[in-house]
Ligand binder design. Sequence first.
Ligand SMILES: C[S@@+](CC[C@H](N)C(=O)[O-])C[C@H]1O[C@@H](n2cnc3c(N)ncnc32)[C@H](O)[C@@H]1O
Length: 239
Amino acid sequence: MFHRKGPSFIELAKQWLSSTERGYDLLARKFDYTPFRTPGSVLSVVNEQLQRSAPISSLLDVCCGTGAAMQWLRPLCCGRMVGIDMSAGMLEVARSTTPSAPGDAHLEFVRANALDMPFGANFDLAVCFGAFGHILRQDEPQLIRQIAGALKPGGRFVFVTREMPPKWSKVYWFSRAFNAAMHLRNWVIKPPFIMYYLTFLLPEVQTLLEDGGFSVEVHQPFDTPLKRLRLVIATRESP
Ligand SMILES: C[S@@+](CC[C@H](N)C(=O)[O-])C[C@H]1O[C@@H](n2cnc3c(N)ncnc32)[C@H](O)[C@@H]1O
């Protein structure tokens, strides 16, 4: 449907009818041939921005999937890189592909829920890409608490988001229609597949982060056609 090596329409439909975790287990082998993997055009800009503060001694990739961000950021990391994801299938692909990425940071993969992470305050940098749609709005403060809890004081949480698109735009109405279909699907079919667009947006997420003990900088380093994206650097304040 997206690429000759990507999933067929039938496979995508099966994934859509499964839980979030099972859906990603089913998709894992073909995930890198879908537009759901965060593209190099985004991650190369993040890499460029983070180079100023390299080397990074410990990095956590929340909802790492098949390891797209870990592969781009490994050259900046001199110590430990940990990818956490709830899908065993996605982690299996990440485990097999990420070691060939340039750099020599030690790689670890942990299967766990981002809303209940098994870490102390050990990381200098946490990142999360392409996964906020899988976190329900009411769980966003918990995700922020979990990330704050995994960062050392002064540690940074870096991610990409945008502002709400204008109400007259196609992207706004496509996203609203998609979300309505997902609400209906999750009302009718259990277990739910949690995936909604237009979440974790600015400026609301800035307020959530500030309430969660972060100071927040919003940057605009992307060129057309990504110029609506914003790079958020949230620094965990000392308690
Ligand atoms: C669209 S993929 C993005 C993967 C990768 N970060 C990227 O940018 O290519 C979303 C990932 O989030 C994971 N995920 C969703 N909800 C999660 C949760 N609550 N805890 C941990 N992982 C989760 C899924 O298993 C999937 O691998």
